[in-house]
Design a protein around this ligand. Structure first.
Ligand SMILES: O=C(O)CCC(=O)C(=O)O
Ligand SMILES: [Fe+2]
Length: 279
C-alpha cells in the first residue's frame, strides 16, 4: 500500500471533477491476496446477490456493513484508505465511518450493466442529509477497461446536486432527461484501472457501467464511507456502522495479520429483500 497523504492538487481535483484516481495504491502482492480470498471464501459466494440489468445480464455482488478482521475488512479499515477519505470528505472535525462495502463480480460474458445513477440517489432514501460527507472508493481487483465494463463517470456532475431516481428494470437509475442534459456539456470518462488502482468518487457523481462482454472477469471492491456527523435516519443496517467510527488498522495488516474469513455472523451481509433502496 502506498504510504502518502493526498496532495493539495489531488484534493482539488476531487472537488473539481467529483472523482480521483490513485494509481498503484495496492501492491501486486496485496492484490493477489484479495483476489484469492474472493475466489476461496465461501461466505462471499454464499451471500452473493444476483442483480439483473434491463437486458437480463446478471451481476453478482456481496454486500456487508461491518468491516471485520478478514482481508477486505482490513483494507477498508487501513490507515491509508481511511486517511485519504478523511482528506476528501466534507467536515473534517467528524470521524470517518464505514457505511457498507461490496464485492462486485462481473464474470466474463455474464456480468451485467449498471444504469446511470448517483450513489446518493439510493442513500437519500436512507435519509442521509449531507452528500458531501459520503463517498465511494473502488479498488480494482482485476484490470478494468472499456472491454470488460469498467466504470464510466460524468466528470463534474456531482455539482448538479441530487437528480431524481426511479426504477429501471431491477435497478434504480437517474432521470434519463438529466443524464442527457449533463452529457451536453460534461465529459463522459471511462475509468480504466489496473488491478491495485483506486478510484475515489463523490456520492453525487453520475456513473454507470456496461456489461462485460469480454472473456476477462472484472472484479472490484467498493467501500462506501460516511462521516459520523451525517445520520441516516432510515438506515436499516442493524449495526449502525454508518455512524460508528472506524477501528483503523495499520497499512501492513493486510499482508502481515492473521486474517479471518469474511465471517458470516460478524459481517452483517445484506439480504436483498431487507433493503429500502436495493443497496
Ligand atoms: O461496479 C459497477 O460497475 C457499478 C456499481 C455501482 O455503481 C454501485 O453498485 O453503486
Ligand atoms: Fe454506484
Amino acid at each position: 500500500m502506498t504510504n502518502q497523504a493526498l496532495t493539495p492538487e489531488q484534493i482539488q481535483q476531487y472537488n473539481q471533477d467529483g472523482y480521483l484516481i490513485v494509481k498503484g495504491f495496492l501492491s501486486s502482492e496485496e492484490v493477489a491476496k484479495l483476489y484469492q480470498v474472493a475466489i476461496d471464501d465461501s461466505a462471499v459466494s454464499k451471500n452473493a446477490i444476483n442483480v439483473n440489468d434491463s437486458t437480463g445480464k446478471r451481476s453478482k455482488l456481496s454486500l456487508w456493513y461491518k468491516p471485520g478482521d478478514d482481508i477486505y475488512g482490513l483494507l477498508t479499515r487501513s490507515q491509508q484508505l481511511v486517511d485519504s477519505v478523511d482528506q476528501l470528505l466534507d467536515n473534517p472535525s467528524a470521524n470517518v465511518c464505514h457505511f457498507h462495502s461490496k464485492l462486485m463480480q462481473k464474470e466474463p460474458r455474464v456480468g451485467g450493466a449498471w444504469e446511470w445513477h448517483q450513489d446518493y440517489g439510493y442513500w437519500y432514501k436512507n435519509e442521509f442529509l449531507l452528500p458531501d460527507q459520503m463517498m465511494s472508493v473502488m479498488v480494482a481487483i482485476t484490470d478494468a477497461n472499456e472491454e470488460n465494463g469498467c466504470l464510466q463517470v460524468i466528470k463534474g456532475s456531482h455539482k448538479m446536486g441530487r437528480v431524481e431516481h426511479g426504477f429501471s428494470g431491477e435497478q434504480v437509475g437517474a432521470s434519463q432527461r438529466y443524464v442527457d442534459l449533463a452529457l451536453k456539456t460534461m465529459e463522459r470518462i471511462y475509468v480504466e484501472l489496473k488491478a491495485g488502482d483506486v478510484l475515489f468518487f463523490h456520492s453525487n457523481i453520475l456513473h454507470r457501467s456496461e456489461a462485460n462482454l469480454s472473456d476477462k472477469p472484472r472484479w472490484s471492491m467498493i467501500s462506501c464511507y460516511n462521516r459520523q456527523s451525517n445520520i441516516g435516519y432510515n438506515d436499516s443496517a442493524s449495526s449502525m456502522s454508518s455512524i460508528t467510527p472506524i477501528d483503523v488498522v495499520p497499512n501492513d495488516a493486510l499482508l502481515t495479520w492473521e486474517t479471518a474469513g469474511l465471517a458470516e455472523d460478524g459481517a452483517d451481509f445484506l439480504a436483498k429483500e431487507a433493503d429500502v433502496a436495493l443497496k
